[in-house]
Design a binder for this molecule. Structure first.
Ligand SMILES: Cc1ncc(COP(=O)(O)O)c(C=O)c1O
Length: 397
């Protein structure tokens, strides 16, 4: 088939693929426990849904301004002021169809063929393909469990070349749950500024953070780094609004104008009704977030403690998001009906067939030794899933 070279270089999202596989097994009547999902298992809060109904009833069902309605841009500006002490103007803000779409538009507007983009691994699965689709080159920098999967200024500096255009940071991280501190971000900002590169800070899990840890954005380090930073955020995770498809970005107005041009020639505006609902989410009561964080926290503690009690497994304590990223490499030398399990994909295949548990292999996130657990599923399912995993792992040693 005459597929374009660009498309030949990328694969479908492995996390969505694993979810689809678990769903199809369930549809066939197999009782699969899924740790694969990347979305909160909560309903969108009622006042947000009600605003969507109101928008429809009022006939707010037509094209809107391409980069988002002014009321939503203002709600986003107010959110940045209130939560992050950051000041932006309307032409420095743009709304797209989810954080993923924001990142896609941004890569298209910022990157040229040959540009290098530094992506610390483990990374969210979509960063490398988004960079490749813009014709640029992902440069993967491996981080370690010992440094809590965080990029050090030394590793960043070592990866920079004259072709480096951009660094992508993600805090709290998918898949590791790691959260960068203020001083860690200050140290990275110093390198970013010295080499005059751009930085994308994906802060989509900002609100899902534990142990009263403060959230800090790299743009807060100072005006100089703020002018080189694109802050990406969205409604999907904080407000359980994955299906509504609203994400946003704040950053340099010239690039925002470029992104708006791309959006005007591709998707046009994000869904009008979802935009009205997003205004209500950002301006309305925030207590649904607290309730969600409390539930995630309880599951996180249980999951991490159980994982660390399994022979040979080690799991760092995630500080945010709803993922745990334990090291399962101990089992790679084990036997499955005579055939060795060589890596994370084979281990996940084994656990899916043997234990009826769906997980995402670490290789999808750029680190073969690990497996990603999403704990956006009820505590009872988590308990049962871990029991099954324990039993299946026992057969491997
Ligand atoms: C790190 C990260 N960034 C961005 C997104 C995009 O989310 P959405 O497109 O639903 O806003 C996700 C979703 O899984 C994510 O995990």
């Amino acid at each position: 088939m005459p597929l374009s070279e660009r498309i030949k270089r990328i694969k479908p999202s492995p996390t969505l693929a694993m979810n689809a596989k678990a769903l199809s097994m369930r549809a066939a009547g197999i009782d699969v426990i899924s740790f694969g999902v990347g979305e909160p298992d909560f309903d969108t809060p009622k006042h947000i849904r009600e605003e969507a109904v109101r928008a429809m009833e009022e006939g707010f069902t037509r094209y809107t301004a391409v980069g988002g309605i002014p009321e939503l841009k203002d709600a986003i500006i107010e959110k940045f002021r209130r939560d992050n002490n950051l000041t932006y103007e309307r032409d420095e803000i743009m709304v797209s169809c989810g954080g993923k779409h924001v990142l896609y538009n941004l890569a298209q507007a910022l990157l040229n063929p040959g540009d290098e983009v530094i992506i610390p691994a483990p990374y969210w699965v979509s960063y490398p393909p988004i960079v490749i689709l813009a014709g640029a080159e992902p440069v993967i920098v491996q981080t370690t469990e010992a440094e809590d999967f965080k990029l050090s200024p030394e590793s960043l500096e070592a990866a920079i070349t004259p072709r480096t255009k951009l660094l992508i940071l993600n805090s709290p991280s998918n898949p590791t749950g790691s959260v960068y501190t203020q001083s860690e971000l200050e140290a990275l900002a110093e390198v970013i500024l010295r080499h005059n590169i751009w930085v994308v800070s994906d802060e989509i899990y900002e609100k899902l953070i534990f142990d009263d840890r403060p959230f800090y954005s790299i743009a807060q380090v100072g005006e100089a780094v703020k002018s080189k930073a694109f802050i990406v955020n969205g409604l999907s995770k904080s407000y359980a609004m994955t299906g509504w498809r609203i994400g946003y970005v704040a950053g340099a107005r010239e690039i925002i104008a470029g992104m708006t041009k791309i959006q005007s020639q591709s998707t046009s505006n994000p869904n009008s009704i979802a935009q009205r609902a997003a205004v209500s989410a950002l301006n309305g009561p925030q207590n649904s977030i607290q309730a969600m964080v409390q539930a995630f926290d309880e599951r996180r503690k249980y999951l991490v403690q159980r994982l660390n009690a399994m022979p040979g497994v080690h799991c760092n304590v995630p500080g945010g998001a709803f993922y745990a990223f334990p090291n399962f490499s101990y089992y790679f030398k084990g036997k499955k009906e005579g055939a060795p399990i060589k890596g994370s994909a084979e281990l996940c295949e084994y656990l899916l067939t043997e234990a009826r548990v769906a997980l995402v292999p670490g290789i999808a996130f750029g680190d073969e030794k690990f497996v990603r657990f999403s704990y956006a599923t009820g505590l009872e399912a988590i308990k049962e899933g871990l029991n099954r995993i324990e039993e299946a792992l026992h057969k491997l040693v």
